[in-house]
Structure formats: structure tokens, C-alpha cells
Design a protein around this ligand. Structure first.
Ligand SMILES: [Fe+2]
Ligand SMILES: [Fe+2]
Length: 202
């Protein structure tokens, strides 16, 4: 619909009274809104620039550096974008940031990529839990999961290693085309049906 046209509105004031035609109208608008998710994700990533004082790099640099290392290691585009987003929940979901990032990615990535991001917070515990009386091997409860080693490797090679202000970290703009391609995928499309698919959608 051209920008100068008003968006048609439904009449319902409760979902119970809405008609199929009204839902179709709303869904048409929803799909256009959903297509702009890449813009919203990029905006949220940029907000990470002002976070986590005390470390040598802010969370945006850490995120870019994690993605840069994955990219230079030859990981595929989905993996690299997931790496870029893995800490996007650090502003709004500080108590469960892994779940936050994984949820954003879930309809657009393969189940193993989702699981890797979903579990990375626990797996990162290997590097510091023992300093605080916690079990650094707590991740072992997931041993046997098909993405277990994938998550171990993500943390070892990219995530835990990416706090270096002197590393040649790529700019956010370098990842933008890949990010836009990922979020242009059909949500819950063919990629989401690989590796056994997801057991839950809604
Ligand atoms: Fe994290
Ligand atoms: Fe991280």
C-alpha cells in the first residue's frame, strides 16, 4: 500500500468478535511490520554500545568481535549473524539474555543454531562459575545433545575470546547485508524444518 493511503482499520474491540476478513486485514499489515524486523534488530544492537562498563570493550564491540571471529573462521552466514546477536538481550533481559537472543532468532535459523544461542550463557559458565562457588561443568547436563559440541566450540573459539580491544573487529555495517538476508527468510520456513525441526512454535 502506498504511504499516502490511510491504513484500513478493523472494527472489533475484542478478538472474540473479529471476523476472518478483519484478521486477514490485520495479518496483511502484520507481515509488512514483520518485514522491518532487521531494522529493529540493528537499532537494538547499536544500543549495546552503552553497556557493561568495567570491561575493555562494550557489548557492541564484543558482539561484533564474536561475529568477526566466526566469520574469519569460515562459519556460514546464519552462524555469523547468530553470533552477532548472541548478547542482544543484555539490555532488556539481563537475567536470561541467552533466551532473549535465541527467541529473536528462532523462526529464522536452524534448530541447532537456536539451541547454541539459547544455551550459550550456561556454557560460558565454564569460564567463571567456579570463581563464585558454582559448577563450571554445569553444561554437562546437556551432553549428548546434537548441538552440545557446537555450543562448546562457539563459546571457546568466539564468545569467551572476544573481549580484546586490540583485535581487528569488523564494523556493524559489514554484517548488515547478511543480517538483512537472514531476517528476510520466511519465518518458520525450510531452515526451521531441518535437524528435526522445532517442537514448539507459539
Ligand atoms: Fe552472552
Ligand atoms: Fe557474549
Amino acid at each position: 500500500m502506498p504511504d499516502d493511503q490511510p491504513i484500513p482499520q478493523v472494527r472489533y474491540r475484542s478478538m472474540a468478535e473479529a471476523t476472518k476478513e478483519e484478521y486477514e486485514l490485520v495479518f496483511a499489515e502484520f507481515h509488512a511490520f514483520q518485514a522491518q524486523i532487521a531494522d529493529r534488530v540493528l537499532a537494538e544492537l547499536r544500543r549495546l554500545e552503552h553497556s557493561y562498563p568495567g570491561e575493555l570493550v562494550d557489548r557492541l564491540v564484543h558482539s561484533r568481535q564474536t561475529a568477526t571471529r566466526a566469520f574469519r573462521d569460515g562459519r556460514d552466514e546464519e552462524y555469523v549473524v547468530a553470533s552477532l546477536l548472541h548478547d542482544i538481550g543484555d539490555l532488556l533481559a539481563t537475567g536470561n539474555h541467552s533466551e532473549f537472543a535465541a527467541s529473536i532468532l528462532k523462526p529464522y535459523v536452524r534448530p541447532h543454531t537456536y539451541w547454541m544461542i539459547r544455551q550459550h550463557g550456561l556454557f560460558q559458565g565454564y569460564y567463571y562459575f567456579h570463581h563464585f562457588g558454582l559448577d563450571r561443568n554445569a553444561r554437562d547436563k546437556h551432553r549428548g545433545h546434537p548441538a552440545f559440541e557446537m555450543c562448546v566450540e562457539f563459546c571457546d573459539r568466539y564468545d569467551q575470546a572476544s573481549f580484546d580491544p586490540d583485535y581487528d573487529t569488523m564494523p556493524l555495517a559489514a554484517f548488515e547485508p547478511a543480517l538483512r538476508r537472514l531476517f528476510a527468510r520466511e519465518p518458520w520456513g525450510a531452515h526451521a524444518k531441518e535437524q528435526g525441526g522445532y517442537s514448539e512454535r507459539f
